[in-house]
Design a protein around this ligand. Sequence first.
Ligand SMILES: [Zn+2]
Length: 105
Amino acid sequence: MALVNCPECKKRISSKSKSCPHCQLNLVDLTEEDLEKVSLKRKRKTRDQVMSQNYIAVLMVLVGFSYTYWKSPQPESIPYYACMASIMIGCLIYVVNRVRLAFLK
Ligand SMILES: [Zn+2]
């Protein structure tokens, strides 16, 4: 008995199991076409997750920028640092996710 990666969830499973205990993918009679579908589904799911994270990152930048613009917090105060952190972390997440999306294609 060897351990292999499940084609769908990529978790380690026994090579002799008939279905994945983690995602319940039926591993009996799995054709090349089924494997391709599973791979596409997995890529689409990952892309959707990255896009959701990007929306949150953009929201963080907008909230940080808006608060700084309208409320003008005192420099070196806690709200000021919170805004700067929100903008910087949002930008960082956005850039990292753009690179991830480029590699997912
Ligand atoms: Zn699985």
